[in-house]
Ligand binder design. Structure first.
Ligand SMILES: [Fe+2]
Ligand SMILES: [Fe+2]
Length: 170
């Protein structure tokens, strides 16, 4: 097989998880509205792109390979996060609930990341066991990630699209 520098799908998605965990820690320690907003915006950007590449590329590849209930929960968890992300994006540190929203988002993400990364039974473990081509998926994820990064850095984040919550508009 050809040598490649692109991480496989699981390595790429896990690296995203670690990066966003670090940002949440930075947010907790940060003081000053400007700094808080700057970090929160990075969190929203990272999570939006991460959720989007999972929903466009990784989760569809998991269909039929990973327990259906787990995948469905993952989509709903993404939508829950998107609602908070939209709130954080619209608001600012002068919102009295701003820090609380970021904190709750971090807790939701922590739970979601566990479901993806859990040893043996997590989504990633099940997908690997089912023989998904993680190298090919890694390349697709990396390509789409840099494309989205470029788009959103110049145009800002779009209003999130909810996959599972048809009664709610945000
Ligand atoms: Fe993830
Ligand atoms: Fe996810």
């Amino acid at each position: 097989m050809a040598e490649t520098n692109t991480p496989d799908a699981v390595a790429l998605l896990k690296a995203d998880h670690r990066a966003v965990e670090e940002l949440f820690e930075k947010f907790e320690k940060a003081s000053g509205d400007g700094r808080k907003r700057e970090i929160a915006e990075k969190i929203c950007m990272e999570l939006t792109i991460h959720a989007q590449i999972e929903e466009e590329i990784f989760y569809p590849a998991c269909e039929g390979k990973v327990e259906e209930d787990m995948l469905k929960e993952a989509y709903v968890e993404h939508d829950g996060a998107k609602v908070l992300i939209a709130e954080i994006e619209k608001g600012g540190p002068d919102d009295e609930y701003y820090d609380a929203k970021v904190k709750v988002l971090s807790e939701q993400i922590e739970h979601h990341v566990q479901e993806e990364e859990q040893r043996m039974e997590g989504i990633f473990a099940q997908a690997r066991k089912a023989g998904l081509d993680m190298d090919a998926l890694g390349e697709q994820l990396a390509a789409r990630k840099s494309e989205l990064m470029e788009t959103y850095q110049s145009s800002g984040l779009p209003t999130p699209t909810l996959e599972t919550m048809t009664e709610t508009t945000i």
